[in-house]
Write a protein that binds this ligand. Structure first.
Ligand SMILES: [Zn+2]
Ligand SMILES: [Zn+2]
Length: 133
């Protein structure tokens, strides 16, 4: 399977070939803060399976060995690489897929750092668009 995706403004585009190793929803505070979101979906691939086809992401060292790649124009988070903890692998922020339904997640990870109210967030009322009134 070939997956395509990119950032919000379109300056960065990428392509991923072959099977996803795992798709996990990460609740760690580093992911939350860098994305500005309550959790972040990551699909893991072999490093050589993913290539940037347009533009050049900016790389941010979010910890000693962690490298987060994002669009320098619109700020969308795209990739995570950690050659110490995850040698030869790359994670893609799965919500940047052109078809984010293509690969469903298999697990929640780092729930030790999860925001308290996220545990029961699926119980909230839902609206097709916005609540009435
Ligand atoms: Zn962009
Ligand atoms: Zn994380």
């Amino acid at each position: 399977m070939t997956i395509t995706g990119g950032c919000h403004c379109g300056a960065i585009r990428y392509e991923a070939q072959g099977d996803v190793i795992v798709h996990a929803l990460c609740h760690c505070s580093d992911c939350r803060r860098s994305a500005g979101a309550p959790m972040v979906g990551w699909t893991m691939y072999r490093g050589d399976a993913v290539k940037v086809t347009k533009g050049t992401p900016k790389v941010y060292a979010s910890s000693e060995n962690a490298r987060r790649h994002f669009c320098p124009d619109c700020g969308t988070g795209l990739f995570y690489v950690n050659e110490t903890m995850l040698p030869g692998l790359i994670d893609i922020q799965s919500a940047t897929y052109d078809d984010p339904n293509a690969v469903p997640p298999k697990a929640h990870i780092q729930v030790a750092e999860r925001i308290g109210w996220m545990e029961r967030v699926h119980e909230l009322p839902t609206f097709e668009r916005f609540p009435p009134g």
